[in-house]
Design a protein around this ligand. Sequence first.
Ligand SMILES: Nc1ncnc2c1ncn2[C@@H]1O[C@H](COP(=O)(O)OP(=O)(O)OP(=O)(O)O)[C@@H](O)[C@H]1O
Ligand SMILES: [Mg+2]
Length: 253
Amino acid sequence: MAAIKIIVQNLSLQYSDGTESLRDINLDIPANNITVLFGPAGGGKSSLLRCLNRLNDLTEVQTITGKILLDGENILDPKTDVIALRRRVGMVFARPVVLPMSIRQNLTYGLELAGEKHKSKLEEAVERSLKLAALWEEVKDRLEEAAVALSGGQQQRLCLARVLANQPEVILLDEPTSGLDPISTGKVEAALQELKKNYTIILVPHSVQQAARTADFAAFFLQGELVEAAEGKEIFTHPKEKRTEDYVEGRFG
Ligand SMILES: Nc1ncnc2c1ncn2[C@@H]1O[C@H](COP(=O)(O)OP(=O)(O)OP(=O)(O)O)[C@@H](O)[C@H]1O
Ligand SMILES: [Mg+2]
């Protein structure tokens, strides 16, 4: 049994307009695995993902209760160093947002902001993160070119590499392949399978098929409620709850 990296305890989140998007969520997220959060639109998946690196600090006034323990420490504590947290817990979004700079600068920018000046360290981070994101072979001879000139699939892997350059412990991905063709999607999924050996990965997939393909563990969210969480091979073949079964078998959503 894998060590538990994150424990979500009695987490509830209400937006200022009264929308209760998470209701008393309890979830253990194992280290070195891919945990998939899946379910129909509006279920609360992105809201939970944003809580995990305090990105929701930037959204509407809201009420959050409960705890999120990262290696035993409650990251919702007001004393949490949010910048440091976001290095430990990086996020990749549905649409790649590359910086209007070269491929190389996209990767070194964050490290330079954090005070890294050694050229060799930066070089090493560029190569290491591009290799981890399965992009190195495609871009190693064009690192000075503008990142915006890359294809969508390449830009998404560059965003993953940018997160990896910060040497995070946890990687959050919110529908990272929703805009990609099947080949690019396959490359991202293959990269995640490699990465899970050293990172804790939490993925909101863009389809039930992707959920079933990638999940070591999976949690099914419906209207702010965590209906069921189990090992991937359990939940997609023998769900315990009727609501999970209906969704997995495509009867709604
Ligand atoms: N910034 C916000 N302000 C107010 N309500 C919000 C905000 N963000 C999300 N919500 C509401 O919270 C609920 C959960 O939304 P969330 O985006 O977490 O769902 P989701 O599971 O990620 O859905 P999708 O599959 O469509 O991405 C929805 O009812 C949504 O309208
Ligand atoms: Mg979402």
